[in-house]
Design a protein around this ligand. Structure first.
Ligand SMILES: *Cc1c(COP(=O)(O)O)cnc(C)c1O
Length: 398
């Protein structure tokens, strides 16, 4: 190679010949083959390898594999993972990979709002119906599963927004198994540090890694983990849905997620300690009529949470005595906490759903999901608990 313009174009060296200490970002859309036979073997799924980054990418695979190993850690189970462009992409790709027109999903009414909308606005018109029920009522769930053989997937979220409602994972997993259905859980709030649904026989776990797994609020991505490893391999149904719908994660977002993941254990411990302390503190405040945190013995689902979680995480909500006016007043007085519509970051985030995230939702629908006028949602960060409590006390101002 003697021409300077060719030199401009060529890669300077093979990045695979040295061993990086930290996971590198494979910012490459494709991978070169040794010869045509290798290309054919990889493209026909005969050989594991990389050809095109929508199909698989080494940075993305490494992070997906790590999340799968966290979900399976200590369970003795084999799990596989895939990473997606968002939590929503993880849910939609799972549904596309597992279900077809005529199939039904049985789920709860208080899912993450985007998930309910996805099921109702996108999948329902495509012929996949969603049935909403209270998943606390196990007899009712069993009745549905028994009588409706079109139900293919039992989908739940625990703890759920904003009231921290929890559902019984071992019981739901065993009902799904008994009637030959798939079970899935959104484990975004708990993370595998606090709750490992595979342990209880749940088939699929979805994550918005945007939240706690990243923890630093600098990427949007999602993950899917399952013991049905054949679905996730090249050629498997879910892998195929990802590849064809193009819901794959970018290597840069995967890398940011991985950077955050390294401190997940430390962060979840502190999030949980701070949230417990703040929940107890808020219970003493005269301006607060109710605190929703499943780590409090007074929470209606405390017993369920205690059975399946090792700690209760960083999310909580509380109800102000003064309703809508008190909610807006509290938001205007907040100084230390940040008003932002996400959760799971290292810093404390606060939201008043009635005037922010749920402003355009009809009041009766909002109330039916526990989102009352004076409800405040808090994503408790890892700062010193006293700084958070001081800010809340002055903002509530009772
Ligand atoms: C944010 C969130 C999602 C959606 O994830 P995105 O990464 O925003 O697509 C799904 N489930 C829960 C519980 C969430 O908090």
């Amino acid at each position: 190679m003697s021409h300077i313009n060719s030199l401009c174009v060529k890669e300077p060296h093979d990045p695979r010949t040295t061993k990086p200490h930290v996971l590198p970002i494979y910012a490459t859309s494709s991978f070169a083959f040794e010869n045509i036979d290798e290309g054919i073997a990889i493209f026909s799924n005969q050989k594991e390898g990389h050809g095109y980054s929508r199909y698989a990418n080494p940075t993305v695979d490494a992070v997906a594999g790590k999340i799968a190993s966290l979900e399976a850690a200590g369970t003795g189970l084999q799990a596989a993972g895939l990473l997606f462009s968002s939590g929503q992409a993880a849910v939609s790709t799972m549904v596309m990979g597992l279900l077809k027109s005529g199939d039904k999903i049985l789920t709860q009414g208080n899912l993450y709002g985007g998930t309910t909308e996805l099921f109702v606005k996108i999948f329902q018109p495509l012929g996949i119906e969603t049935i909403l029920t209270d998943l606390h009522d196990l007899d009712k769930v069993e009745e549905f599963l028994k009588k409706d053989d079109k139900i293919r997937l039992l989908y739940c979220e625990t703890p759920a927004n904003p009231t921290h409602a929890c559902v019984d994972l071992p019981a739901l997993a065993s009902l799904a198994k008994r009637y030959g259905k798939y079970s899935a859980v959104d484990n975004t709030f708990a993370t595998p540090m606090l709750q490992q649904p595979l342990r209880y026989g749940i088939d699929f776990i979805v994550h918005s890694t945007t939240k706690y797994l990243n923890g630093h609020g600098n990427s949007i991505a999602g993950a899917l983990v399952t013991t049905h490893t054949e679905q996730m391999r090249m050629g498997g149904h879910i892998w195929q849905a990802m590849k064809l719908a193009g819901t794959n994660c970018s290597p840069f977002e995967a890398w940011l997620t991985h950077n955050g993941l390294k401190t997940l254990a430390l962060r979840m411990e502190r999030h949980s300690q701070n949230a417990q302390r703040i929940a107890e503190f808020l219970q003493q405040d005269k301006g607060v009529v109710q605190v929703n945190y499943c780590g409090l013995p007074s929470h209606p689902d405390h017993a369920i949470a205690k059975q399946q979680m090792s700690a209760y995480g960083g999310m909580l909500s509380f109800e102000l005595a003064g309703g809508l006016e008190a909610g807006i007043r509290c938001m205007n007085r907040i100084r230390f906490c940040t008003l932002a519509p996400t959760l799971g970051d290292v810093d404390t985030l606060i939201l008043h759903p009635a005037s922010m995230s749920h402003l355009h939702i009809p009041k009766e629908v909002r109330l039916a999901n526990g989102i009352t006028d004076g409800l405040i949602r808090l994503s408790v960060g890892i700062e010193h608990a006293e700084d958070i409590m001081g800010d809340l006390a002055q903002a509530i101002g009772s």
